[in-house]
Design a protein around this ligand. Sequence first.
Ligand code: ZN
Length: 154
Amino acid sequence: MSDIINNKCTGCSVINGDLVPVGGWIYETENFVLAQDAEVMIEGFLIIQSKKHVNSLLGFSEEENLELANLLYKTRKALNELNICEEVTIVQEERSKHFHIWLFPYYDWMKEKFGKGVKYLRDINQFVMENETEENRQKVLDTCDKLKRYFADK
Ligand SMILES: [Zn+2]
């Protein structure tokens, strides 16, 4: 096996169950997992991550890439059909060791407080982590439940 399980890898910790994101796994395919971001309590801030420890789309077969594309599409569609958010920013950084895609929802308060665009994402995350409330956490959990029901019906 070329996939070395690195205990320090957050991605591997989620896959092997050592780190459980809020709300648990929302949905799972053969090679990918969909979950709420484990650290930032923004409702609908979702992460698709691979079960394999690779850093790039290039680490997947063509079939796995199709599986991923389908999951990305379904997830984006779910955010729309469940009226969670209207606009999403999608990010995948190869400098991160374990492949994951961020689906970052855009809400009006973000624009008002920070501005609009990729360059504000880290500031927004920082702000939300520093101002976490129980109410917000509950909203995130409710959204996870909605998404789980949505995927269970598909
Ligand atoms: Zn990993």
